[in-house]
Design a protein around this ligand. Structure first.
Ligand code: GDP
Ligand code: IMO
Ligand code: MG
Length: 429
């Protein structure tokens, strides 16, 4: 029987714990595939006392018998990918045997990163807070039909095409008052491109569809989060790709009717890194306590993450846009320090109560309306089954399931692979 492609994606502003949960779910699947984003992502896995952060490579890479695909919707920086490969090989992972790249994935050039920096500097106070990995400029070249793709690395005239695109970028950069020197970086880029040439390069749309047809199980791993989506996120403070489930169709070449489970992952509270609206952000000791207990510092940039309470109108929106069929909640353990937990159920905008994110979610004018629920004040990190859960946690789970009209199938209680409680089977069929 033909299988379907399940999708796991973030429902907030990224860093929901996608890497950890994909690693936990990988034994249920044959192929793990990234469909959008690039090295702006930082997906953390922890097992056997090892902590590892992946940026481009799917989070199934540590499982020997699985294939990991970087789909056409992803943008790749050869330098970062080559570094990631090297780190994995140093750990004994046979990357060549487990990693496949789409020849249609676009390449991030050193000048894309410079353009990112110049654009942010120009924006001043209005800056996006980009990770400066060249994501925006690379997707601009993709939609502007100027981009270079993995498949181009194998063309005889690659060097000329590289120079032509670089020169285009240099012309644009001459309009900015922005200093840069990419000479050394370019050398490393060229060497790294050779490492990519030694990988298996495929037509990932044919590959994935053939797998599904043969009854194999495929999990599409999202990057960033739904509120960073280019269309549905808090524009312009977003990333440059479709992070929502529809992105898995265009980023892998999978038809909408071939999607199966849509697993939406969220933190038991909320974080955001970079600029932009965040209605439930806490600027007090509670926010500081969340940052400390949750170790909320960016996996890619090390920046402190902004922290706040869970935002139900935003989550409901993400559930709707993605067609989420099941939820995974992470970092329940981090809330253990609180007597009470707040849940944002609506917003007040200019004296009126609204239950959805407005067009321009200007935080200063948007006041969250909270409901207060009892906290659990219990260390969850060593628990092995749901039967051990304190009543207040069960209440929190039941409250969220009712509000979001979707079952919570996994509750994560710590960063390690083993600190995971599966409440209901996750994979479809
Ligand atoms: P991703 O981008 O969605 O993969 O998430 P990140 O790796 O950027 O950030 C999630 C962080 O939380 C990482 O440091 C994880 O190791 C950690 N983490 C994941 N799940 C849990 C959890 O249930 N509890 C705690 N305390 N940490 C977690
Ligand atoms: P993962 O996959 C959290 C944020 C940046 C910035 C905005 C645009 O680890 O969840 P970009 O580099 O795309 O130009 O940045 O998006 N951002 C993320 N925040 N997690 C991520 O990825 C992110 N990727 C980008 O901080 O605000
Ligand atoms: Mg992350």
């Amino acid at each position: 029987m033909q299988n379907r492609v399940d999708v796991l994606l973030g429902l907030q502003w990224g860093d929901e714990g996608k890497g950890k949960i994909v690693d936990v779910l990988t034994p249920e699947y044959d192929v793990i595939a990234r469909f959008q984003g690039g090295p702006n992502a930082g997906h953390t896995l922890e097992f056997n006392g090892i902590k590892h952060v992946l940026h481009t490579i799917p989070s199934g890479i540590f499982h020997g018998d699985k294939e990991n695909v970087v789909g056409n919707g992803v943008v790749i920086d050869p330098i970062i990918l080559a570094k990631e490969i090297k780190a994995l090989e140093d750990m004994g992972v046979d990357v060549n045997a487990r990693l496949l790249l789409s020849r249609k994935a676009h390449l991030i050039l050193p000048t894309h990163c410079v353009l990112d920096g110049a654009s942010e500097a120009e924006k001043g106070k209005m800056k996006i807070g980009s990770t400066l990995k060249g994501i925006g400029p690379t997707y601009m070249d993709k939609t502007g039909r100027n981009g270079l793709r993995v498949g181009d690395l194998f063309e005889e005239d690659f060097a000329e095409r590289y120079e032509a695109l670089k020169n285009k970028h240099l012309k644009i950069l001459s309009q900015y008052n922005f200093e840069f020197d990419i000479k050394e970086k370019e050398k490393t880029w060229m060497k790294s491109a050779d490492r990519l040439r030694a990988l298996t390069v495929i037509d990932s749309e044919h590959y994935i569809n053939a797998k599904v047809k043969a009854g194999k199980r495929v999990l599409a791993e999202g990057a960033q989060g739904s509120l960073l989506d280019i269309d549905f996120g808090s524009y312009p403070y977003v990333t440059s790709s479709n992070t929502v489930s529809a992105g898995a169709c265009t980023g892998l070449g999978v038809a909408p009717r071939r999607l199966g489970e849509v697993i939406g992952i969220f933190k038991a509270y909320c974080t955001r890194v970079g600029s932009g609206p965040f209605p439930t952000e806490l600027h007090d000791e509670a926010g500081e306590a969340l940052r400390k207990a949750g170790n909320e510092f960016g996996a890619t940039t090390g920046r402190p993450r902004r922290c706040g309470w869970i935002d139900l109108p935003a989550l409901k929106y993400a559930v709707m846009i993605n067609g989420v069929t099941q939820l995974n909640m992470t970092k329940a353990d981090v809330l253990a320090g609180f007597d009470n937990i707040k849940v944002c159920t609506a917003y007040e905008l200019d004296g009126e109560v609204i239950d959805h994110l407005p067009y321009d979610a200007v935080t200063e004018r948007l006041k969250p309306v909270y409901e207060t629920l009892p906290g659990w004040k219990t260390d969850l990190t060593g628990m092995h089954s749901e039967a051990e859960f304190p009543e207040a946690l069960n209440n929190y789970i039941a409250y969220l399931e009712a509000a979001l009209e979707t079952p919570i199938t996994i509750v994560s209680l710590g960063p390690d692979r083993t600190q995971t409680i599966v409440r209901k089977a996750v994979a479809a069929s």
